[in-house]
Design a protein around this ligand. Structure first.
Ligand code: ADP
Ligand code: MG
Length: 752
């Protein structure tokens, strides 16, 4: 049934178009139909030429003003210079050839007054923006309409503008789409939306929607088609999550109920020794989790809480409940630095309770094992043994915990810290470590707007810790213009003051070596991702044009060591290319105060907890994402002294980069920041990154603007899955879900 859609384009449209399309990731008929127009040109309305960015591949509608061929002055050959306009503004087009005759053809077609579509990369020549050798199509001339009437009709239709490339312009994609779309019948295009849902929501079939977006006669039509396809995206993902959740819930999990009140145990001992009182939020969330663990089906819970809201204690108490019930808990952290820190923190929080089996350990004690990839053989063997024997009630680690030879005696709970670094597959792999399904608690400090939570995390229940424990004095944030020497002086003076007051300071840089190129860190392996700021992973980073080189850890550390303001202070260095033991040593020195200023990459971004740190200076702050800056800022102001965050920026006012840092300075509310962040990203970006699989990407859905659609579609999806959990009566939906869940394609929300 789906054969038509699986047909390779080499066969469907021929190799000449198929080749360049394959480079865009479009290989089958189905891919091509999902290659939706980015926008629509209105043949009667010209593109605003003022909005074109240098270096961008653009397709525009414009009117020809002039076109002249002349011989070149200084060398052989001829040049055709044409000027096109949107009314007030102009853009020049240049074509070169050996002889003027070759160019006469273009000169005739580019007659003044004609409207055309022009495509190319925007360049700059002597201060004027231009397209060199653009591809173009004159409206009304190059259509293959058979008579005058249909020519007029054709010429007035919205022009689908496809994501295109230098090797295939948008208007050559359009006929290819037509070729595959026109012969299709309803039965060729399976519709994941059940008929009942379509009827209830007044939506057309999938095929109708495809015709609407690819071959519209007017704006109303493409809007209708786009809305229907958006709805579909908002429907399929939650349906997949609902199904996944139903399946996981159906797997048996041993109940791990808390011990009855008054009965001794490690949790009771821990609570009795806790040096602070739990916040109300911690108690409430703690109860939700305790209740979940008491059930004989696996908990699947997302705990989101502001940086510093005290998630660790909540997670630890859940682990202790499981240990009391005879099980073990695993804690997964995104980096070795964090895993080591978690192990330290847990041991410190547990005190004598972490010395189970040792002389002087508490009666109900257990052990915390740390298992990371970099352990020495002996330490590794001991940690593995402790995990396998059950002597370690808590095993902390990174991805290494997922490796095959780690065995647990009775894994009852998996806690994943900083969720956004982990994929669904890794969650599954760890779950598979337990003989039965373990309970799962996922923690994130990246606030997740409700709509994203519903779509991407639909298989998890959500708990939130909104309040920050009392006794924190808050954080002040300022934007520092990098080019202003007085401000920069003041920045280092402030660092000095903080250190003199007995505190410590972070200085974060975007890269490690001064001579490493700015932008090609994109190929970095997964393991040292903590050193790669978000924007470097984004090949289409918008503001990568002309700017001073990024400051680097090694260079800045040298400068600060020599800086008169900081004379006498100990400046340490931390980055992902250092051996793990060195990283640990530096972190320990920073925690103890032996190092007072830590120059670091974004390694410190997540979860690092040094309460004495009060100052956070971020260099090139404008090149970081909002959530990343929010995370970095969360590293200070964790103790009783007020925090100070200085965002050093080179962003021009009015740019999205400037808006990002200004927003950070304006608010510390994580939810507000997350919303602004989503709004600043381009459409589809957010979930696009979440679902990077080509075919399964959410292409049209916008997580902020389409909140209503997302809510409605999710409710519809939940209903369908509840009535037909195996989707036996909904084969097209089942197939669409299988495609979503293709493990290679299912990636995670990395940059929410
Ligand atoms: P996060 O939610 O960012 O992971 P942590 O769990 O690291 O936050 O907690 C931050 C700090 O606050 C830790 O030093 C922790 O011991 C402390 N803390 C946690 N809960 C409380 C509380 N109820 N009262 C006071 N301090 C707390
Ligand atoms: Mg934490």
């Amino acid at each position: 049934m789906t054969d038509r859609l699986a047909e390779p384009l080499t066969r469907a449209v021929g190799t000449r178009s198929a080749g360049p399309l394959a480079k865009l990731g479009v290989e089958t008929v189905g891919d091509l139909l999902r290659h939706y127009p980015r926008r629509y040109g209105d043949p009667g309305r010209l593109t605003d030429l003022g909005g074109l960015a240098l270096g961008e591949h653009v397709t525009i509608v414009a009117q020809v003003r002039s076109a002249t061929v002349r011989r070149m002055r200084n060398r052989a050959g001829a040049i055709l210079e044409a000027v096109v306009t949107d009314g007030p503004q102009q853009l020049s087009l240049t074509f070169f050839a050996k002889s003027p005759n070759v160019l006469r053809y273009h000169e005739q077609r580019l007659a003044p007054g004609r409207h055309g579509l022009f495509t190319g990369v925007v360049g700059l020549y002597r201060g004027t923006r231009q397209l060199t050798h653009p591809d173009y199509k004159i409206i009304g001339m190059d259509d293959d309409a058979e008579d005058a009437e249909s020519a007029v009709l054709e010429a007035s239709r919205p022009i689908p503008i496809y994501p295109a490339s230098g090797s295939i312009p948008s208007w050559k994609i359009q006929p290819a789409v037509r070729t595959v779309l026109d012969p299709l019948r309803e039965e060729d295009v399976p519709d994941p939306l059940p008929d009942a849902v379509r009827e209830r929501r007044g939506l057309g079939t999938r095929l109708e929607a495809l015709r609407d977006v690819h071959e519209p006669y007017d704006e109303k039509q493409w809007r209708r088609g786009r809305d229907r396809l958006r709805y579909e995206e908002a429907f399929v993902l939650p349906a997949a999550r609902a199904q996944r959740r139903a399946r996981a819930a159906a797997a048996p999990a041993p109940a791990r109920p808390p011990r009855p009140e008054g009965e001794p145990g490690i949790l009771a001992d821990f609570d009795a020794a806790l040096p602070f009182t739990l916040t109300q939020g911690q108690r409430e969330v703690g109860r939700e989790i305790a209740d979940d663990l008491a059930l004989a089906r696996p908990m699947q819970r997302l705990l989101q809480g502001e940086v510093g809201s005290g998630k660790t204690v909540v997670a630890l108490r859940a682990m202790l409940q499981v240990i009391d019930a005879g099980g073990q808990a695993a804690l997964l952290a995104p980096t070795e630095v964090l895993a080591a820190q978690h192990a330290r923190t847990l041991r410190a929080l547990l005190g004598p309770l972490a010395e189970g089996g040792f002389l002087g350990g508490a009666e109900h004690g257990t052990r915390v094992a740390l298992l990371t990839g970099s352990l020495g053989a002996a330490a590794r063997k001991e940690a593995l043994l402790d995990a396998a024997s059950g002597a370690a009630g808590i095993v902390v680690g990174t991805h290494a915990l997922l490796s095959e030879n780690v065995q647990f005696a009775d894994l009852g709970l998996v806690v994943v810290d900083e969720q956004h670094r982990f994929g669904v597959e890794q969650r599954d792999a760890l779950r598979a470590k337990a003989r039965t399904s373990p309970h799962l608690l996922v923690m994130t400090a990246t606030p997740i707007p409700r709509t994203v939570a519903m779509t991407v995390f639909g298989d998890l229940e959500t708990s939130s810790l909104m309040e920050i424990p009392a006794g924190r004095s808050g954080i002040t944030t300022h934007v520092v213009p990098a080019g202003n020497p007085t401000w920069m002086e003041r920045t280092w003076a402030r660092v000095r003051e903080e250190v003199d007051a007995g505190h410590r300071a972070y200085v974060v840089c975007a890269r490690i070596h001064p001579d490493e190129p700015d932008a090609d860190a994109g190929g970095t392996g997964h393991d040292d991702f903590d050193d790669v700021p978000d924007f470097l992973l984004d090949p289409e980073a918008p503001d990568a044009v002309e700017r001073p080189p990024l400051r680097a850890v090694l260079e800045v550390a040298e400068e600060l060591r020599a800086h008169p303001r900081l004379a006498g202070l100990t400046v340490g260095v931390l980055h992902g290319q250092m051996p793990p033991a060195e990283k640990d040593a530096v972190m320990a020195d920073f925690a103890s105060g032996a190092v007072q200023v830590l120059v670091s990459t974004t390694v410190v971004e997540v979860g690092v907890d040094v309460p004495e740190a009060t100052a956070m200076v971020v260099l090139d702050a404008d090149r970081f994402g909002i959530s990343q800056l929010h995370q970095l800022r969360g590293r200070v102001g964790r103790g009783s002294a007020a925090g100070l965050c200085l965002l050093v920026s080179t962003a021009q006012p009015g740019t999205p980069a400037a808006t990002r840092v200004e927003t950070l300075a304006r608010t510390t509310d994580g939810f507000e920041l997350a919303t602004v962040d989503l709004e600043l990203r381009s459409e589809g970006d957010v979930l696009g990154a979440a679902q990077s699989g080509r075919a399964s990407s959410l292409r049209l859905l916008r997580v902020v603007k389409d909140a209503d659609v997302i809510e409605t579609a999710r409710a519809d999806a939940a209903e369908v899955v509840a009535q037909d959990p195996d989707l036996a009566d909904h084969p097209a939906l089942a197939a669409a879900i299988r495609e979503q869940l293709d493990p290679e394609r299912e990636e995670f929300l990395e940059r929410a």
